[in-house]
Design a protein around this ligand. Structure first.
Ligand code: SF4
Length: 763
C-alpha cells in the first residue's frame, strides 16, 4: 500500500507499522509551489523571516503568504549584509516547509527501537505520558537523569535557549555543554588580545587583502565570498590557506595548502619573516605587546626549512605571503571553524592571532581578524525571560548540577562509566529530549551513542518537523515546526544585526513550536510558574527589554515592521567587546588581557602545559603521545580523516530534501574523497564501494578520486542522513569525540582511518 494513500484518514489510536517513513502525513498540505511574484495580487501578506541555520549569515528574507500558504520566500534586498541573496539551500525553504516528510502528529513507539512501529496519539496523551515518565525518572534517580540534545537546527533565541531552558532548569536536568563550534577560539584569541569577539564583517569592505583561513565560504558562508570578490575588484588580493583546495582557492592570488593542524608552524615561519625582514610595526609592538622578545627567541630556534617541513607550505610561499601581508594596508583574516576543530585548536587560533598583532593591522579599519562571533549582548535580556528556576538546597543556594557535552555525548550517557572530560558523571542519564538537532547524525562516535540509546531504559523524546534518524530510537516523536511557523528573535554572527522572524504561516498539522511544547510539558509536569504561560510575543517583548535596546530604539514593533536593526556602535556600547579599534582610540589601547597588552607570551597556556608563545604540536603529535593511541595507532589508521560541510546541507538540515539526496548519495552511499595516490595504494578505483574503519567502527562510502588534498588525507561530508544511505552509516561513525587542548572544543576534523575496497560493491 502506498504510504500516502495509507495515511489518508489515519486517526489517533491507529497503529502504523513498517519503517519509519510511515510517520508522515503531508498529502493534505501539498500546495502548488510557484515561484512567481505575487506582488500585484490581492490578499498577499508579507512577513520578515530570518534564516535560523548556523551558517552564521542569518539571511533576512521576505515571505509571501496567500490564503495561509507560503507561496514565495526570497532574500530581503535591503539587508546590507545578505543583500537579497540566499544560498542554494535558502532558495528551497517553501519546498522545505511543505516537504512530504513532515511529521504531522504525535507518535508513540509500539514496537522495539528501530523497528518502525508507531501509534498515532493525541498531544494530550503524549504530554501526559511523557510527563509521567519524566516524573518517575526524577523521583527515582533525580533531575540530572534527564538531559537535552540540541544545537543549531534553529538559532532563534526562544527556540534554542529560552523555551527549553526554563523547562530544563525547573526540572533540574543535567546541563549540556554546547561545544561543537568556536570553543577553542574562546581560549585562543583572548590569550593574545583579551577578547573573543570578532570585528564586524562589513568592515572587510575597507580591506585590501582577503585571507580565507580554514574556511570554505563558498559552501558554508556564501556572503563572505562577496567580500572576497569586492576586495579583488578594488585591486586587492585573495589568499586561501586551507588543507583542501576549496573553490575560492581557484580564484585566489595565492593558495597555501597546509598540512592539517600545522598552522602554528606556518604562523611562526611568517612571524620569523616579519621580524627578520623588519616588516613588523615597531611602534605597535613596543607600546602594545608583551612577550615580543620571547617570540624573537622562538623564531631563532627554527630554520625556514624546518618550519616548512612541519606545515607543508614551501619556504618561498611563506616568504611571499609574509611580505604580501606586511605590505597590505588592511589585510583581513577570515578564520573558519575548520581551522580550529583540532586537538591543538586553541593553540592554533592563538598562533593565527599573532599576525595582525605584529603588523599592527588589528587596529586598522578593515584589517585584523574576523570570525563568527559578533555579539549584540546589550540588546537582549535573557534573565527577564529565564527566571531562576534552578533547584535550591535547604539554604536557598543553587544546587550545582552535573554537565555532559555535545561532543562527548556518547561518553556522557553510558550506563556505566559515563564521563565528561575524563571525570565521572555521577548520575546516570536515563532520558533525553532531542530538539533542534539530530543526535544520531550530528554527534561524533555514532556507535557509542547507539549502544546506549538502544537500551530499553533510555527514554528518548524527539520533537522535530522531519523524520530524522534519531526518531528511529525514540519512545515518542512529536511534530515540531520549521522557523517559518514560529516567531523568534536571533542575531547574525558576523555583523551584529538583531533579526526578527515572524510566524508567517500557522504550524502544519498538529505541530507545536518549541515554546508551546516545553510550556505544555511543564504544565503537564505540574509546574505553575508564570513563564510557562508566556507566548512568543510576550517573550520577545521581555527579551528586548533592556536600557541599551531602548536607547537604540530596538523595539518589538519596529523589528516586526523592518525585519532587522543594527545597533549603533559607539566606544561606550562596545567597550566590553572591543578594547581596540574602531571602538578605542589608538592612544587609549588597552587589551583585555591580564597585562593590558597583546600577550605574545601566555602564562595561561604555560600553566596549562603548552608552549607559552607558539606551540608547534599538531594532531599527529596528539595521537602519537596519547596513551590510548600511540605510533602503532597511526600505522594501523594512517589516513587523516576530515568531515567538512557540504554546500547542500547546513549540518544535518536539508538532509532529507530529495534534490539534495540525489547529489550527496552516489551508488547508494555517501562519498569519501581520496587522492589518486591513496586509492592506488589500496587498489581502489573511483566509484568503488569502500569501508573506512577506525577503532570507533566502520562506515561504508563510495570512493571519489580528487586532487584537492595532498596524499594521506581524505574527507567525507559531515551529517549526511543515515537513512538516505544503503549502509545506514556515515562520517560520524568515525570522527573524533575528543576535545581540544583548551576551551574543550570539538575535534571533528582530527580523526584517522584506514580504507579498503568493500567485498560487496554497490552498483
Ligand atoms: S543557510 Fe546561510 S546563506 Fe543559506 S539562507 Fe540560511 S543564512 Fe542564508
Amino acid at each position: 500500500m502506498q504510504r500516502r494513500s495509507f495515511l489518508k484518514g489515519v486517526g489517533a489510536g491507529a497503529i502504523v507499522a513498517g519503517t519509519s517513513p510511515s510517520l508522515f502525513g503531508m498529502e493534505q498540505y501539498q500546495v502548488d509551489f510557484n515561484p512567481k511574484s505575487y506582488k500585484n495580487e490581492t490578499g498577499v501578506e508579507y512577513h520578515y523571516l530570518t534564516c535560523p541555520r548556523n551558517c552564521r549569515d542569518a539571511c533576512s528574507m521576505i515571505a509571501e503568504v496567500k490564503d495561509g500558504k507560503m507561496v514565495s520566500i526570497k532574500g530581503d534586498p535591503k539587508h546590507p549584509l545578505t543583500q537579497g541573496t540566499v544560498c542554494v539551500k535558502g532558495h528551497t525553504y517553501a519546498m522545505h516547509l511543505y516537504n512530504a516528510d513532515r511529521i504531522m502528529y504525535p507518535m508513540k513507539r509500539v514496537g522495539k527501537k528501530t523497528e518502525g512501529k508507531w501509534e498515532r496519539i493525541s498531544w494530550d496523551q503524549a504530554l501526559k505520558e511523557i510527563a509521567a515518565k519524566l516524573t518517575e525518572i526524577k523521583e527515582k534517580f533525580g533531575g540530572e537523569a534527564l538531559t537535552e540534545f540540541v544545537y543549531s537546527g534553529n538559532e532563534g533565541h526562544i527556540s534554542k535557549t529560552i523555551a527549553p531552558g526554563n523547562f530544563f532548569e525547573k526540572y533540574g536536568a543535567t546541563r549540556l555543554v554546547r561545544n561543537p563550534c568556536d570553543w577553542p577560539r574562546y581560549a585562543g584569541t583572548p590569550s593574545v588580545i583579551g577578547t573573543d569577539f570578532s570585528k564586524d564583517a562589513l568592515e572587510v569592505d575597507e580591506s585590501d587583502m582577503y585571507i580565507s583561513w580554514g574556511s570554505n565560504e563558498s559552501y558554508t558562508a556564501v556572503h563572505w565570498v562577496r567580500f572576497a570578490h569586492r576586495v579583488k575588484k578594488r585591486g586587492g588580493k585573495i589568499v586561501v590557506i586551507n588543507s583542501v583546495r576549496v573553490p575560492l582557492a581557484n580564484q585566489a592570488d595565492m593558495f597555501i595548502q597546509l598540512r592539517p593542524s600545522s598552522d602554528p608552524a606556518f604562523c611562526l615561519a611568517v612571524c620569523k619573516v616579519l621580524i627578520e625582514e623588519d616588516l613588523y610595526d615597531h611602534e605597535f609592538v613596543e607600546k602594545y605587546t608583551m612577550g615580543f622578545e620571547d617570540l624573537v627567541h622562538e623564531c631563532s630556534l627554527y630554520t625556514y626549512g624546518e618550519l616548512s617541513a612541519m606545515c607543508g607550505a614551501s619556504v618561498d610561499q611563506i616568504k611571499v605571503f609574509a611580505r604580501l601581508y606586511a605590505n597590505a594596508k588592511a589585510p583581513a583574516i577570515m578564520h573558519g571553524d575548520g581551522g580550529q576543530r583540532h586537538f591543538n585548536g586553541a593553540r592554533l587560533v592563538r598562533a593565527v592571532t599573532f599576525l595582525p598583532v605584529l603588523t599592527g593591522c588589528l587596529t586598522k579599519l578593515g584589517g585584523g581578524l574576523f570570525w563568527a562571533y559578533v555579539h549584540v549582548k546589550g540588546c537582549f535580556n535573557f534573565e527577564n525571560c529565564m527566571p531562576d528556576l534552578s533547584p535550591k538546597d535547604a539554604n536557598g543556594n543553587k544546587i550545582e548540577r552535573q554537565v555532559i557535552s555535545y561532543i562527548e555525548f556518547g561518553k556522557g550517557i553510558q550506563k556505566e562509566g559515563a564521563t565528561y572530560l575524563d571525570k565521572p558523571v555521577p548520575v546516570p542519564i536515563k532520558a533525553c529530549i532531542n530538539y533542534n538537532s539530530n543526535l544520531m547524525v550530528t554527534a561524533p562516535n555514532t556507535n557509542l551513542i547507539k549502544k546506549r540509546v538502544m537500551d530499553d531504559d533510555f527514554f528518548l523524546v524527539v520533537i522535530d518537523p522531519y523524520d530524522i534518524d534519531t526518531c528511529d530510537y525514540a519512545d515518542y516523536v512529536l511534530p515540531g515546526v520549521t522557523f517559518m511557523e514560529s516567531e523568534d528573535i536571533q542575531n547574525d554572527q558576523i555583523s551584529g544585526y538583531v533579526c526578527y522572524n515572524a510566524q508567517s504561516v500557522k504550524p502544519l498539522g498538529e505541530a507545536k513550536t518549541n515554546l508551546e511544547f516545553f510550556n505544555a510539558l511543564a504544565k503537564a509536569m505540574g509546574y505553575t510558574e508564570e513563564c510557562f504561560d508566556w507566548d512568543s510575543e510576550t517573550v520577545c517583548r521581555k527579551f528586548l527589554d533592556t536600557e541599551f535596546a531602548k536607547k537604540q530604539n530596538i523595539t518589538y514593533e519596529k523589528l516586526k515592521s523592518v525585519g532587522w536593526i543594527k545597533p549603533f556602535r559607539t566606544p561606550e556600547t562596545m567597550k566590553d567587546q572591543f578594547p581596540y579599534y574602531p571602538y578605542a582610540p589608538k592612544d587609549k589601547l588597552v587589551f583585555g588581557t591580564e597585562s593590558g597588552k597583546a600577550e605574545l607570551y601566555s602564562k595561561t597556556f604555560k600553566d596549562a602545559g603548552y608552549h607559552p608563545v607558539i606551540d608547534l604540536k599538531d594532531d599527529w603529535d596528539y595521537y602519537k603521545e596519547h596513551k590510548d593511541f600511540g605510533e602503532s595507532y597511526l600505522k594501523k589508521y594512517p589516513l587523516y580523516f576530515m568531515t567538512p560541510g557540504t554546500q547542500l546541507q547546513d549540518n544535518s538540515n536539508w538532509g532529507n530534501m530529495p534534490y539534495i539526496v540525489k547529489r550527496v548519495i552516489v551508488k547508494g552511499n555517501a562519498e569519501l574523497f581520496m587522492t589518486k595516490e591513496d586509492m592506488q595504494a589500496r587498489g581502489i578505483e573511483d566509484g568503488d564501494t569502500v569501508e573506512a574503519t577506525n577503532e570507533k567502527g566502520t562506515a561504508i562510502f563510495t570512493a571519489v578520486e580528487t586532487s584537492q588534498m595532498k596524499p594521506g588525507i581524505c574527507y567525507a561530508w559531515n551529517n549526511i542522513w543515515l537513512k538516505v544511505t544503503k549502509s545506514r552509516t556515515g562520517a560520524n561513525f568515525l570522527c573524533s569525540d575528543g576535545v581540544s587542548d583548551l576551551g574543550n572544543g570539538s575535534t571533528y576534523t582530527a580523526s584517522f582511518v584506514e580504507v579498503r575496497k568493500a567485498a560487496k560493491q554497490e552498483m
